[in-house]
Design a protein around this ligand. Structure first.
Ligand code: AP5
Length: 220
């Protein structure tokens, strides 16, 4: 089953992905994580992407769409219909959504459901500016809502947590503007296709996961 997680920065897409990966048979494709991997390894793609990400702007489509399919095609898991494939942070505009539709059709697949996270903007800012991530294993925390057991240290691999470079207040505000200008249009796009399901992303992490499973049950 192919699932898009659609929502603004800080809506909880990555956090729900982690819950699903821990509890269900799933694979995640997160374009933001793929870019950060390239930045960390100082690849030519990473150097280009960094210019856009540091400002909170979208990386150009020609780089993003190639990256997405390159990764998708290398994953054995994406070919099994038994697996849940999570698209986290892709697509982010109409042309990416159309490229995704075409690419899935070319591979004899389709997007089954789009989970839209409905969350107020003030909550998003509080969540993103309080986020801390593990640079080693990718685990995500929040200084108040979801703190690690030991302050500043990853529960899973004991690495020191960091703040993402684009999680400053100024950059987060721009990321939310970019979302409203370019990504929010996808709510109508997928509603018109009859595959969008909304969840209340302002609830607790466990409640969001329960609501996700409930929505999944409706289409199974
Ligand atoms: P990306 O990495 O995709 O970031 P994003 O979409 O802005 O989303 P976030 O990771 O900020 O939020 P999230 O919804 O995953 O929230 P999380 O679960 O971590 O993209 C980064 C950049 O890469 C973009 O700006 C762009 O430049 C580039 N890029 C990526 N994809 C691209 C594309 N397709 N095209 C072009 N450019 C692209 O949660 C946030 C915090 O809240 C955490 O601290 C968490 O613990 C906490 N939290 C989560 N859920 C809850 C809850 N239910 N209750 C309480 N706290 C919660």
């Amino acid at each position: 089953m192919n699932i898009i997680l659609l929502g603004p920065p800080g809506a909880g897409k990555g956090t729900l992905s982690n819950k699903i990966l821990e509890n269900l048979d799933a694979v995640q494709i997160a374009t933001g994580d793929l870019f950060r991997y390239n930045i960390h390894n100082k690849t030519p793609l990473g150097l280009k992407a960094k210019e856009y990400m540091d400002q909170g702007n979208l990386v150009p489509d020609e780089l993003t769409i190639d990256l997405l399919w390159d990764y998708f095609d290398k994953q054995e898991n994406t070919k099994s219909s038994d697996k849940i494939v999570l698209f986290d942070g892709f697509p982010r505009n109409l042309s990416q959504a159309q490229a995704l539709d075409q690419g899935m059709e070319d591979r004899g697949q389709k997007i089954d459901v789009v989970i839209y996270f409905d969350v107020d903007e003030d909550i998003l800012i509080e969540r993103v500016t309080g986020r801390r991530v593990c640079p080693n294993c990718g685990a995500t925390y929040h200084i108040i809502n979801h703190p690690p057991k030991v302050d500043g240290i990853c529960d899973k691999c004991k690495t020191e947590l960091i703040q993402r470079a684009d999680d400053t207040l100024e950059t987060v505000k721009n990321r939310i503007d970019v979302y409203n200008e370019q990504t929010a249009v996808l709510i109508d796009y997928y509603t018109n296709k009859g595959i969008l399901k909304s969840i209340d992303g302002s609830k607790t992490i466990d409640e969001v996961f329960e609501e996700f499973k409930h929505k999944l049950g409706e289409i199974n």
